[in-house]
Ligand binder design. Structure first.
Ligand SMILES: N[C@@H](CCC[C@H](N)C(=O)O)C(=O)O
Length: 317
């Protein structure tokens, strides 16, 4: 890969339920997306600002993209996702939807032609446009098949409902948490109610024991009950706050919402809903448990700005 010598970098800013990203069209794989460049772009004062940076690159230009193409030759575009601290993450649920909206903007995908197949570090993912659920908003919604999920603690953790201890600043005692893998790592813990959720101080990372070697995202959830939708489907609802690995507290996390719904569904046991609305500080997303161990995430994706970044000024410090 060669470093782009151009003095400016054209970027787009987008978000999914206020989980915000700097998007980069590097379809030919010419940009050296170093951790330093990612941190500078994501910087909320000296840069564009975002929870992460997402690069669109043709799969053939990056090794992980080549792997995705081997899995499914339709995975022409690869989502290269980076956290705001410059670290690489396997997957970003909100990011996939924003990636799809960005591809539409770039003319690289048309939702009218059918679903989008893309490569991610967690494997191939599929996205389609879906109707916006009544009463939730008027943004464009996309649904993503997030692929397989599992409980790293296995059946023992499922039975116990926990496999980790999580200490959150602002809460009096450490809580039991359940690890959920949805392509990237999460630990979910249930709190007693809205007051506790508000009291949690997520300016510092919760202490997770044992901490997975690659770290983890942490979701705090308050179950809000269940209701029957107009078609009779049983729908569960939870409120969630999240501390993201490589970022800090964010206003939403798509993989985190999936992990939260899956953990609450595990705790609820037989007869629990397969469809969940997850309320996050930045909005609401929908999680549906699909057949064959897959889970679907649906929610909005919004592109808000385009900018030409002066690379010399950005990296001047
Ligand atoms: N916000 C994302 C998750 C981004 C990656 C995460 N911070 C990690 O390191 O695993 C989402 O919407 O899923």
């Amino acid at each position: 890969m060669t470093v782009v010598a151009a003095p400016t970098l054209h970027v787009t800013k987008g978000h999914g339920t206020q989980n915000d990203f700097v998007l980069l069209d590097d379809r030919d794989g010419r940009v050296e997306l170093s951790a330093t460049l990612v941190r500078a772009l994501a910087d909320r004062r000296a840069g564009v600002g975002g929870d992460g940076v997402i690069r669109v690159v043709a799969g053939e230009h990056v090794p992980e993209g080549v792997e995705a193409l081997a899995q499914d030759p339709a995975a022409r575009w690869f989502m290269d996702y980076r956290n705001a601290d410059g670290s690489v993450a396997e997957m970003c649920g909100n990011g996939v939807r924003v990636f799809a909206a960005y591809l539409e903007r770039l003319g690289l995908w048309d939702a009218a032609d059918g679903e989008l197949t893309l490569g991610t570090r967690a494997g191939v993912r599929r996205v389609r446009r879906v109707p916006v659920p009544a009463g939730i908003g008027d943004d464009v919604w996309y649904a993503v098949d997030m692929g397989p999920w599992h409980l790293p603690g296995g059946p023992d953790a499922a039975r116990a409902g926990a496999d980790a201890e999580v200490d959150v600043v602002g809460l009096p005692v450490a809580r039991a948490g359940l690890s959920v893998d949805i392509g990237n790592p999460h630990v979910v813990l249930a709190l007693g109610g809205e007051e506790e959720l508000a009291a949690a101080d997520l300016t510092r990372a919760p202490k997770v024991t044992p901490l997975p070697v690659d770290g983890t995202n942490v979701e705090l959830v308050v179950p809000l009950g269940e209701h029957a939708a107009s078609d009779g489907t049983l729908v569960g609802r939870v409120r969630m706050r999240v501390h993201e690995r490589g970022v800090g507290e964010t206003r939403s996390c798509g993989t985190g919402a999936c992990a939260a719904a899956l953990a609450v569904r595990t705790w609820a046991g037989v007869g629990a809903p397969d469809v969940w609305l997850v309320d996050v500080p930045g909005g609401t997303v929908r999680v549906s448990v699909l057949a064959q161990g897959h889970v679907e995430l649906a929610g909005p994706a919004v592109l808000v700005a385009d900018a030409d970044v002066d690379l010399a000024a950005l990296t001047a410090g």
